[in-house]
Design a protein around this ligand. Structure first.
Ligand code: CP
Length: 317
């Protein structure tokens, strides 16, 4: 594997290799000295054209724990604001000797463009491209589900049901999770009104319902994944997608009453950043069955695994 662009590219064996490697990485983080020499001499660039807290910082932590040198690049404050193109930015980073580029961009397909353009020789990791994919988020989500519910599943995630609730239309997290969790054998229920579902969703390997109550009645949910409402991508204005914030919460929000209807073993997830009081109440977000903060911690082990698998082999060859 040279790049990680989409979970839809991953075979079941490749996905399990990343998750198993992440488990090994997590063990190393319990040691007194958490830093490994694996990527010493390698340079990793965090190339972020869109805002990020969790993904950018955890890639930086992951790369540093593997002893790579890290360059953080954000479009704000760079020559991108003077009109520099992705190509010229990539050529500049190549000239400075980057071995791996982690890219977040508002355009779907930007990571693939970077990987296949010939502008750079190193590996590319997609850290979120438009509404297309966010593969490391899905991998850390699968890792978290496996940690909590793996004993209930056969082999990978077979036998588990994951409900993904909210703004599926604009969510690269949902797309990456549908592809990955399906590959790993989980059943997926998408919960969204028709206005927040993509065209062609009927061809996806999922069941679809329109309200969270319908989902809780229809299936035993093992993991409930709440999505952020992506107001910044609702170019037609919020009202084109849902009538009002209170109506959204009424149909799709996770509150204490709905939380109480989940099976005892079920976990509550959210990729962050959360709109507290809109898609998830503070009570639900902070409840003992919420694994939202743990998702962030698991992201470091998963991203260490991805960087190791993409870049360390290259170091040895
Ligand atoms: N989940 C996620 O991608 O969060 P950030 O936007 O903070 O990176």
């Amino acid at each position: 594997m040279k790049h990680l662009l989409a979970t839809s590219d991953l075979s079941r064996d490749e996905a399990l290799l990343i998750l198993d490697t992440a488990a090994e990485m997590e063990k190393t983080q319990e040691r007194e000295v958490r830093k490994l020499p694996t990527l010493r001499g390698k340079t990793v660039v965090n190339l972020f054209f869109e805002d990020s807290t969790r993904t950018r910082i955890s890639f930086e932590v992951a790369a540093k724990r593997l002893s790579a040198d890290v360059i953080n690049f954000s479009a704000k404050g760079s020559s991108v604001s003077k009109g520099e193109s992705l190509k010229d930015t990539a050529l500049t980073l190549e000239a400075m000797g980057s071995d791996g580029i982690i890219i977040r961009h508002s355009a779907s397909g930007a990571a693939e463009r970077l990987a296949t353009s010939g502008w750079i020789r190193g590996s590319v990791v997609n850290a979120g491209d438009g509404t297309h994919e966010h593969p490391t988020q899905a991998l850390l989500d699968a890792y978290t589900i496996r940690k909590h519910l793996g004993k209930r599943a056969d082999a990978a995630l077979e036998g588990l049901t994951v409900a993904i609730v909210g703004d599926v239309l604009h969510s690269r997290v949902a797309r990456s999770n549908v592809a990955l969790l399906t590959t790993l054998g989980a059943d997926i229920v998408l919960v969204a009104p028709p206005t927040l579902l993509p065209i062609g969703v009927d061809t996806w390997p999922v069941r679809t319902v329109h309200t969270i109550d319908e989902a809780l009645e229809a299936v035993e949910v093992d993991a409930l994944m709440m999505l952020r409402i992506q107001l910044e991508r609702m170019t037609g204005g919020r009202s084109a997608y849902f009538p009002s914030p209170s109506e959204y919460s009424r149909l799709l929000g996770l509150d204490a009453a709905r939380l109480a209807r989940l099976p005892d073993h079920a976990v509550v997830m959210h990729p962050g950043p959360m709109n507290r009081g809109l898609e998830i109440s503070a009570e639900a977000a902070d409840s003992p069955r919420s694994v939202i903060v743990e998702q962030v911690s698991n992201g470091i082990a998963v991203r260490m695994a991805v960087l190791y698998l993409l870049l360390a082999g290259e170091a040895e060859s």
